[in-house]
Unconditional design. Structure first.
Length: 471
């Protein structure tokens, strides 16, 4: 029931132009047809044109022309034949294809070609969608439009590039738990890994609905943070380290603002459960700053593991106290900071020495309010500041990997000039970037692309018996 006519590409106008071009080039001196850049562009244009013809022929083979088809237990009847343009990796491809409507006439029309190929959004071929989505994950749709036009045969609009990650994200979010589990099954934990470290934090991003959300948080008794219109995007990392303390690999996640980071926390928990089921010998380390909300979750994770307060945040709090006591930018503050920072990091019970120093400085009275606040911080986090012990065991003491994730996952793409995000659009970008930066893009795309395909059964009427055959 599918079209079986296969045109001879050697007779196509594009192929003839390519042959003519090659013949003409070979018959003239080098450079006679213009600059070499002009020559490159001409060759690419002709090859892309031939590629579009080949793709159009192959796409046509996925079309179905039967009177009736069945898709997901729904019977459809042939309605009309019309032209459609698809964006392929070689550029726009236009061909005629069949449309079918549900028996009875109610409901959305479907195209068997699109269902079987797995076009994304009824416009992108699978390879084109993959390439464009990867690009939009890194740059804006406007920049992607320019780059694709300059570097490939694709010429999609800015609007179609803006919609693409949202279309992909909608499918990913619907199947996220199952997809993530499948992706994990295809991975291997480094054999030399001895430690798995989890970090959790957030970074402020400009939201289109940020001010309204901040007002809602105030109504609920929560204290808003950051500039107006900004809300916290949750970030998390899971890293493997060897016995020498060298980082081997890292998984990264980011989620748009959400109460208590519930989805992000669920992702971390599922990942850790899978890791420890495979490698129960790994030592678990939990690293974060002093935010109570982050430690509320991390402390609840089983097993207990080793809780470490990020050393760089601890050093910032130490500097804040010493600046208040000695004067910001003063030589006394600088010298005291260098001395006690080293004590905090390398001395046994170094945090206790820092607490004694801050207790003494508080009694002096200078900067008392700030010193008191920071002293409380060190006392509350004391059990997580045994840095000399951690270093002797080659455990990580900093969340620099997480800080980098906050910058590369979120800030570099979402905090550009005049950007404002809604949760759905922002998550679409963050999901793509998380998969790419976690080296999961290849496996994730295989799942995504298959999700856009739907089996089509062609119905034949033979002696009053209905027979179904996969198209």
């Amino acid at each position: 029931m599918e079209g079986s006519h296969k045109p001879d590409l050697r007779q196509s106008p594009v192929f003839r132009r390519l042959e003519q071009f090659v013949t003409e080039v070979r018959s003239q001196p080098a450079g006679s047809l213009g600059t070499f850049a002009d020559f490159e562009l001409a060759v690419r244009g002709l090859l892309m044109g031939l590629g579009r013809e080949i793709l159009a022929e192959e796409l046509a083979r996925y079309d179905v022309t039967a009177p009736e088809i069945e898709v997901e237990d729904v019977t459809y009847r042939r309605a009309l034949r019309c032209r459609q343009t698809y964006m392929s990796a070689c550029g726009p491809v236009t061909l005629e294809r069949e449309l079918y409507r549900p028996r009875g006439g109610d409901g959305r029309a479907i195209c068997p070609l699109e269902e079987r190929v797995g076009t994304v959004g009824g416009f992108w071929t699978p390879r084109a969608a993959r390439e464009a989505a990867n690009l939009v994950a890194h740059v804006t749709p406007g920049e992607a439009e320019t780059l694709l036009r300059e570097m490939t045969g694709m010429d999609p609009s800015k609007t179609s590039l803006d919609h693409l990650p949202k279309t992909l994200s909608a499918v990913w979010e619907t199947n996220r738990v199952a997809f993530e589990a499948t992706v994990r099954q295809g991975e291997t934990i480094p054999v030399e890994a001895t430690t798995v470290a989890i970090s959790l934090d957030g970074v402020l991003a400009p939201m289109r609905d940020g001010e309204g959300a901040a007002k809602q948080e105030q109504t609920e008794g929560k204290r808003p943070t950051g500039p107006a219109g900004y809300r916290e995007v949750g970030c998390a990392t899971l890293s493997f380290y060897n016995a020498e303390g060298d980082r081997l690999s890292t998984l990264r996640w980011a989620r748009m603002p959400e109460v208590k980071k519930v989805t992000l926390c669920a992702q971390i928990e599922a990942e850790l459960r899978s890791v420890l089921a495979s490698r129960p010998d790994l030592q678990l380390v939990k690293i974060a700053d002093g935010a109570a909300c982050n430690w509320e979750f991390l402390s609840s994770l089983e097993p207990a593991g080793e809780e470490i307060l990020d050393f760089f945040h601890a050093a910032e709090h130490l500097k804040s106290a010493l600046d208040a006591a000695y004067g910001e930018y003063s030589l006394g503050s600088r010298a005291a900071f260098e001395k006690h920072r080293l004590i905090l990091k390398e001395s046994e019970r170094g945090v206790d020495q820092v607490i004694r120093v801050l207790t003494y400085l508080r009694k002096r009275g200078t900067g008392r309010k700030v010193v008191t606040r920071e002293l409380r911080y060190f006392r509350n986090q004391r059990a997580r500041m045994r840095y000399a012990t951690y270093l002797s065991q080659n455990l990580p003491i900093g969340s620099d990997v997480l800080e980098a994730a906050c910058k590369t996952l979120v800030a570099q793409r979402m905090k550009r000039s005049e950007m404002r995000w809604l949760s759905s659009g922002g998550q679409a970008i963050l999901t793509l970037r998380s998969l790419i930066q976690s080296d999961r893009w290849e496996r994730a795309w295989g799942l995504l692309s298959e999700a856009f395909k739907t089996p089509v059964l062609v119905t034949y009427q033979v002696r009053h018996l209905t027979v179904l055959k996969a198209a």
